[in-house]
Write a protein that binds this ligand. Structure first.
Ligand code: FMN
Length: 514
């Protein structure tokens, strides 16, 4: 009997490794014939560790199972999918799963992440094989036609980036996967690397076919030890199987991949700082131009894409551009893995076509707050994203619709706050974050964030509130238009959205900062 206990960090943080030990021990004592599969997470964070068993009627899930509960679960008939208070039935029939369109995450939580056979049995490598048959120009056209835009934040069309690298002159080209995933409330990159690592490998290989690159790097944050281990092992297995190596999938092209571990700077997720860091330097933002596509890693043409952008391409190549493009709205095509976090009842990853409204996501899918109090604010797009009030809950999840409301989608992290949130503190936090994380290369970001923090402290202290808020607005204007990158450039979004949408928090009684 196959029993699934996720190796995903959601599950491990809640005792999954201990559950495996318990189960191994109990199975030996009871003489049970079991095989434990360490799968990825299905993304229902509140149910982790979600233990599943393969029965004649399909998979049956139980969650969240805490360490110490395994014996009772076995007594309840786990081996046959027996009744238990924490039984959720077939996980795929769960309302949270039923509402999704899983294209990129279709295998995540289902398969054994490190089994290449399992990967192929569930549709893996079809896209790469087709890419090799089509050749680079055809792949670029297919990805361009799909409408895929970068999932790392800026939403730049992936096909156009690949075309630029393809056409750039260079004896050596690189594919870099941006796995720095520093945005608050985000975990899609981690989940796919832990739960379906071959999907990222395949996506990078497709990008290599498209551009002629021969070497790939995954820049992976050090805070993700499980993802680092799983990715390294998956690369080793893909290389042993000939998927990577001197003759990628038996083709005439060489391509291999290496994992490089970051050191915890938010700004190293910015693509040019990331390249400096990969080169062994201190991560500082580079002036653009030249674009990384023309002169990137070690001065060579370089594709730098977010993990999810790359991991979306195997399905696009396997099913065709039109299939992918048919999902979504406006210029936001395909699906987006929403990551729902913060003060939330049902947090986790929800992959769906673009176009749901923010209200449908946070009140419908997420089920409101964990505290049960009304939602007051939602920050979308990481620490540099705007805070949206309830009045903007009708905004559809779409790059342009969010931009129109002075917000951003970013990497699709959605952090929920209830009515106890103090928006003065949140505005202060944005400046503080920028001051700590600034790379220091440009003045508006390096100095502006510090001055912003001081001025916000005066506002909080009740000192000349309206005059100081005017100063903050002026400063935000300088930061937005004068910063070298979006760290200083977007810090005004959380600050100004807090002031504009929640003015009542900036008047009246002074408060003390912890
Ligand atoms: N992109 C990521 O994929 N992961 C990150 O952690 C990340 N952090 C960023 C931090 C800052 C301060 C800025 C300005 C940008 C960050 N980006 C991040 C965006 C990257 O600069 C870049 O747009 C992205 O890697 C391009 O890939 P894509 O087109 O596939 O989205």
């Amino acid at each position: 009997t196959r029993i699934f206990i996720p190796l995903d960090s959601f599950a491990v943080a809640n005792g999954a490794d201990e559950l495996c030990d318990e189960l191994t021990h109990l199975a030996a004592r009871r003489g049970l014939d079991i095989e434990i599969v360490r799968n990825g997470s299905r993304g229902m964070a509140w149910l982790e560790p979600l233990v599943e068993v393969e029965t004649h009627q399909g998979r049956i899930g139980y969650g969240p199972i805490e360490p110490g509960e395994m014996e009772a679960l076995l007594d309840a008939g786990l081996m046959n999918g027996g009744a238990h208070a924490k039984c959720i039935g077939d996980p795929e029939e769960h309302p949270f799963m039923k509402g999704q369109t899983r294209l990129t995450f279709k295998r995540c939580g289902v398969t054994d992440p490190l089994s290449l056979d399992d990967y192929e049995a569930h549709g893996g490598l079809i896209g790469l094989k087709r890419a090799i048959e089509m050749g680079g120009a055809g792949v670029v056209d297919e990805v361009t036609e799909s409408g895929l835009r970068g999932r790392g934040g800026a939403g730049f069309p992936t096909g156009i980036k690949w075309k630029t690298v393809r056409e750039a002159a260079g004896e050596r080209k690189y594919i870099v996967a941006n796995a720095d995933e520093g945005d608050s409330g985000t975990f899609a990159d981690r989940m796919i690397m832990e739960g379906d690592p071959f999907c990222l490998i395949e996506g990078m290989a497709i990008a290599a076919v498209a551009t002629g690159a021969t070497k790939g790097y995954i820049y992976l944050r050090s805070e993700y030890p499980v993802a680092i281990r799983v990715m390294r092992e998956a690369i080793r297995r893909a290389t042993a199987a000939g998927v990577l190596g001197v003759s990628m999938m038996g083709s005439a092209q060489a391509f291999d991949i290496e994992v490089r571990v970051g050191a915890g700077a938010y700004v190293c997720g910015e693509e040019t700082s990331l390249l400096d860091s990969l080169e062994g330097k201190r991560g500082q933002v580079r002036f653009k131009p030249p674009l990384p596509a023309i002169k990137g890693l070690f001065g060579r043409p370089t594709v730098i894409n977010n993990v999810i952008s790359l991991a979306s391409t195997p399905e696009i190549l396997a099913k065709g551009a039109k299939f992918y493009k048919d999902f979504g709205m406006g210029r936001s095509r395909g699906t987006i893995p929403l990551q729902i976090a913060g003060n939330v009842r049902h947090g986790g990853l929800f992959e769906v076509a673009f176009g749901l409204t923010l209200g449908e996501i946070v009140e419908g899918i997420a089920g409101g707050t964990d505290t049960g109090k009304p939602i007051r604010a939602v920050q979308v797009g990481g620490p540099l994203g705007a805070y949206f009030p309830r009045a903007l809950f009708d905004t559809p999840f779409d790059y342009e619709a969010f931009a129109e409301k002075n917000g951003l989608i970013g990497h699709a992290g959605i952090v929920i706050f209830d009515e106890d949130v103090d928006m003065k503190k949140q505005a202060r936090f944005a400046f503080e974050f920028c001051a700590i994380e600034s790379c220091g290369k440009c003045t508006p970001c390096r100095i502006g964030a510090v001055r912003g923090l001081e001025t916000m402290d005066k506002v909080i202290g009740g000192e000349n509130v309206s005059g100081n808020l005017e100063l903050v607005e002026d400063l935000c204007n300088t930061m937005q238009f004068g910063s070298l990158c979006a760290l200083g450039g977007f810090t005004p979004y959380p600050v100004m959205s807090a002031i504009r949408h929640f003015p009542e928090d900036f008047e009246g009684t002074p408060m003390r900062v912890a």
